[in-house]
Design a protein around this ligand. Sequence first.
Ligand SMILES: [Zn+2]
Length: 257
Amino acid sequence: MRDSTADSLHRENDARTTARRRFLVGGATALASVPLLGSARAFAQPRSIADPAQPPVPDDYLPGPDEALQWLVEGNERWVSGQLLHPHQTVARRMAVAAGQHPLATVFSCIDSRVPPEIVFDRGVGDLFVVRTAAQTNDGLIQGAVEYGAEESVTPLVVVMGHQRCGAVTLAVEALNNGTDVPAHLVDVVEALTPAYDAAKPLPGDQVDNTVRAQIRLTADQLREDPLLAPLVGEQRVRVVGAYYSLDTGCVEFMLP
Ligand SMILES: [Zn+2]
């Protein structure tokens, strides 16, 4: 354990309070480059948030979609700058969430060992549902997992995160460009990436990077149209956003609809 339980929880509560204040005053520097769609809709669950005297946020506090996004933006800023808080990584947190969880987001991302969601967003235990496949390729099981988070735990934010120089995307692009076969179930990965490949192929620039971005966009669109998620998105209870992670800088670029 890096630090005392009390210190860690105190810092986490401070961080949340600070994030909420910055969001409320509309001066969030972290969001200066993230054009949120209608920030007023951030507070789908308005309990206590308008009260400036509200004490530190309890463990079961669940933000609205835009506030959850704000927390991830700020966590990623800490990862980029090295000013990490390591929130919710204590024995006390483990015990606090043993009986129930209230994750603030579902992150559907690539299996790449260099892109661990809890680390790149500086979060901890009980904060994120994480679903990972090669190049965040989607299928019914994946979609069911994302549905579970939104429906059963009322998780307000879904992030589809791809990344720079994705190996699985590179494999698929090379196989499809050259008409070569890939072994075993990698065929399924290539097949799942074919729509993104087709969408990106006419574009100028780096074909792999364009395919990564197309895969993020298409997968986020699929989730927005999911029969269970679509009504929640329509009611602004859940927000689905794309995200592109830079291996070089550690920065997450959100791709908002
Ligand atoms: Zn990857």
